[in-house]
Design a protein around this ligand. Structure first.
Ligand SMILES: [Zn+2]
Length: 262
């Protein structure tokens, strides 16, 4: 799932990241998570499809058409990659909604701009003023690529392994939930890097996305005591990491030290 964006722009800089590896509080002992074939599949090449960045203010039909074009592009990129790497593939599907209502047998997750339904291999994207009305389109684009990260986790068995992973208490549950969400964020950065040559976008817009992602998570943690995706600095770290080294091997959050998945 992806949190709703903040409307106000925040100009924060990326924090310095410490690379100290501490012993994991809750080591993950499942090779589907830690040694998935996905991590041995090499870098993702630039996308062949063209998707411009949506720079239009709120307009549901345009947003819907744009969102579908983005998903078609990502599906084609991942289909080609999966074929070459001998990974399983299925297309992700999408439903756009204008209201928060039940999907996938569950009520709409609070504060979510979108979420992914593994059972249907479908992402559900909310189109309202908060999620779409922006002077630039990278956030909306990144919402789709984040949910696609969950799709990749589903078709590679990672999602099921996470769901079946034994947990002992809420702290461990939280850490494993962060590992799942931060991996989706990293895969999102990787996909956006692949699409980057086709996007009419700038480094400033990218930096702004990273800053807003960080600020948004910090805002939700401060205001609502929500930290189900990981701390803002870690979301920014994994998003940037996927973008800078666009290979699934960069996105193995399951072996990362606890500080990187807090
Ligand atoms: Zn998510």
């Amino acid at each position: 799932m992806r949190l709703s964006p903040l409307i106000a722009a925040c100009a924060l800089s990326l924090p310095l990241l410490s690379g100290t590896a501490a012993a994991s509080s809750y080591p993950v002992k499942d090779r589907t998570l830690t040694h998935n074939k996905l991590y041995r599949s090499g870098p993702l090449k630039p996308a062949a499809c063209m998707v411009d960045v949506m720079r239009r203010h709120f307009d549901p039909p345009v947003s819907k058409t744009y969102g579908q074009a983005v998903l078609d592009c990502v599906n084609s990129v991942w289909a080609a990659y999966a074929k070459k790497a001998h990974l399983p593939f299925a297309k992700a599907r999408v439903t756009f909604t204008f209201e928060r209502r039940r999907f996938c047998g569950s009520p709409w997750p609070e504060h979510a701009a979108a979420f992914y339904c593994s059972a249907e291999r479908r992402m559900v994207i909310l189109l309202n003023r908060v999620t779409v009305d922006e002077p630039w389109g990278l956030h909306f684009l990144s919402t789709i690529t984040h949910e696609y990260g969950h799709h990749i986790q589903t078709i590679t068995g990672i999602m099921r392994a996470h769901d079946n992973h034994p947990i002992r208490g809420t702290r461990e549950q939280k850490e494993q939930s962060h590992r799942l969400e931060l991996q989706a964020e990293c895969l999102s950065g990787m996909i956006m890097r692949s699409m980057w040559p086709a996007l009419d976008s700038t480094q400033t817009e990218w930096d702004d996305l990273v800053d807003k992602t960080k600020a948004g998570a910090e805002y939700y943690e401060r205001t609502y005591k929500i930290n189900d995706h990981g701390k803002g600095r870690n979301l920014a770290y994994w998003l940037e990491r996927g973008f800078q080294t666009p290979s699934p091997s960069s996105c193995n959050t399951w072996t990362a030290p606890p500080a990187k998945v807090a």
